[in-house]
Design a protein around this ligand. Structure first.
Ligand SMILES: *Cc1c(COP(=O)(O)O)cnc(C)c1O
Length: 409
């Protein structure tokens, strides 16, 4: 990118907006349905207009001190209530995203363990768990015990049983995991946790705001939320299938006692009592207002309407992919996220072809990754036709890296 020096003179709004409009011509066009993760496009203009309006309204308000902003306090409290209701939780908070929710769950588990004399707690998870767990362990000095996934892509409960020792504090399951879109056997893992008096976190960052509707659409959904005995905490991102813009997630707990470990209080400075339950200090009110508006605008019927579109897109997409010679879906995905690959075709080279046709697929070690949102129901046929053509015509792979997240310096 280079070394851009600090601007010496300010530029007008029109000038800057014109430059950005120009730059954005090369950006990913997610509204056209040609990207498959990073943006969860609801494809409903009224919702998008509403989100823009409330974001504008609350952008400058600071949720650091909720008692100064009564409206934000009410909205945040209600969003937490909505999440508690949806998942059967007893307490929780909003955070800026899945990574922060996972940090808070790991932190809470560490504090809980320390309070019982376990000074160097460990966390046990499967290798399909999101990298946010590794990151949280790294930052919080919790050791991660990482287990292999089974042939079906799911966690293997017996391995958790074997891995537990006196330092274990937290068992982790995903609902579903990102790479293969399969739900781990939460019932068995949570039962092991309950039996051994340990905590069990369900990472429903991806599934939390989709699975309740998936279930109501009569899809087979293995149990994954607080209805499962032994589940003690759950992360779920509203900025994914809750359809709000970035910066909104929830971390919820079965009971308030455990949640108490998440709260930080400090009064040893001259500035007044500082109390907070999440990592951020100053934070914008926009994600809170956006989450509140999206949930109230969509409601159960709206989320069901969205889920039905996603289900339709998923069903047709999977059938279309499997109809192409040599391609197969990896495992049996439980939701709208999955990998597909091939034993005979070079999927990297196929993906290069798809890139050239204007698609933005995510590359994994074992194949290509799809995450479907409501707007994708309009592009399934075109996608499958382009994929078939790519499989029929690929050449040498260009050697593109497999990247999930990047670093800006
Ligand atoms: C997206 C995701 C996360 C992390 O969420 P961010 O919002 O990107 O920080 C965690 N777990 C799973 C399964 C996810 O898909």
């Amino acid at each position: 990118m280079g070394d851009t020096s600090f601007p010496t003179v300010g530029r007008s709004k029109d000038d800057l907006l014109a430059e950005l409009a120009d730059l954005r011509r090369g950006d990913l066009d997610w509204r056209a349905g040609r990207a498959f993760s990073l943006v969860y496009h609801a494809d409903e203009p009224e919702l998008e207009e509403l989100l823009h309006a409330v974001a504008n309204e609350f952008l400058h308000e600071n949720a650091l001190n909720p008692f100064r902003y009564r409206t934000l306090l009410k909205m945040e409290t209600e969003v937490i209530d909505f999440a508690k209701d949806l998942f059967g939780a007893g307490a929780g908070s909003m955070s800026s995203g899945g990574t922060e929710s996972i940090f808070l769950a790991v932190f809470t588990a560490r504090e809980w363990a320390r309070a019982r004399g376990n000074g160097h707690p460990t966390l046990v998870c499967t290798d399909t768990a999101h990298p946010a767990f590794a990151k949280a362990c790294h930052y919080l000095d919790v050791e991660m015990i990482r287990l292999d996934h089974g042939v079906d892509g799911r966690a293997v409960p017996a391995l958790y049983d074997e891995a537990i020792d006196e330092r274990t504090a937290l068992l982790v399951a995903s609902a579903p995991c990102y790479p293969y879109g399969v739900i781990d056997p939460v019932i068995d893992i949570a039962a092991i946790a309950a039996e051994q008096d340990l905590l069990c976190h369900v990472d429903a960052c991806l599934g939390g705001w989709m699975l309740p509707w998936w279930e109501r659409l009569a899809q087979p959904v293995p149990s994954w939320d607080f209805r499962v005995e032994g589940v003690t905490s759950l992360s779920a991102d509203i900025h994914k299938y809750g359809y709000v813009f970035k910066g909104a997630s929830t971390i919820t707990y079965r009971d308030r006692d455990l949640f108490q470990h998440q709260i930080f209080m400090y009064d040893s400075w001259p500035g007044g009592l500082y109390a907070s339950s999440t990592a951020a200090g100053t934070r914008s009110g926009a994600p809170i207002a956006g989450a509140w508006a999206a949930i109230n605008h969509l409601g159960t019927d709206g989320y069901l309407r969205m889920a039905a579109r996603v289900l339709d897109a998923t069903t047709r997409m999977k059938a279309g992919i499997e109809a192409i010679d040599g391609l197969a879906i990896t495992g049996e995905p439980d939701m709208s996220v999955f990998e597909f690959g091939s034993d005979v075709h070079d999927m990297d080279a196929v993906c290069d072809q798809m890139d050239d046709r204007g698609w933005n697929l995510d590359r994994q070690q074992g194949g290509l990754h799809l995450m479907l949102a409501p707007g994708h129901d309009r592009v399934v046929d075109e996608f499958c036709a382009d994929l078939a053509a790519s499989v029929a015509s690929y050449g040498e792979a260009r050697g593109t890296d497999h990247v999930y997240g990047g670093v800006v310096e």
